[in-house]
Design a protein around this ligand. Sequence first.
Ligand code: MG
Length: 265
Amino acid sequence: MKYCRFQFEGQAQYGLVESLAGKEIITRLLLVAPEESGGVENVPSKHVAHLPLSEAKLLAPVRPSKIVCVGRNYRGHAAEMGHEIPKQPLIFFKPPSSLLATGETILRPKSSQRTHYEGELGVVIGKRCRKLAGDEDVRPYILGYTAVNDFSARDLQDVDGQWARAKGFDTFCPVGPLVTEHLDPWAGVGVETRVNGEVRQQGNTRDLIFPLDAIIRFVAEVMTLFPGDLIATGTPQGVGAVVSGDVVEVSVEGVGTLRNPIRDE
Ligand code: MG
């Protein structure tokens, strides 16, 4: 299943996305799983006139109870930041209030002079997940994959012991444009970031220090993951500063391109 979240008849709705004649089309609405606010079920509700994805007013495709991010999960990025390779996943949060849809504007706060993009593969949880058995397969807990820009105030990250401020500003978590289950991050999924059309990051999830099963297992030992929760799996090397007027694009193979302009608050 491939789905988006979009404005339809004045309401936020989930829509099934299908490729028809080489175009991505929202073909019908999907229902949110009844007891789990963030989950999406592939249950037909009512038909939509075929709406091209490119013409839809897209929203962030997830409504997570939490956004769990993994830091320093590519060797190249750990090295460029002058850090050792972590011995276990290094996790932190971004608040759901930082979510942003593709096309919307990232606001650089006045308190930061150095804001960085971080293109990442995002994993969307599909089923409540807590303390997995040692050999349990994590795949049934994954609803799908998306693109995330773990936007960061690097100067504040450097001075704060905790990263809640540096990673948590409103608009600092662009996600989208859609969620798809048709990816295999273990085999390798390309993650590319461009600034004003120029390629800055080119990574592949096969190079993750901690692959998805290790990440999900680690996080689920600590906290219950709910349907709709989002995990940002870490950024490859090539992070860098952006300023007002720049446009950042994060493309994840099979997901599409998450595109956000930047301006000063
Ligand atoms: Mg990151």
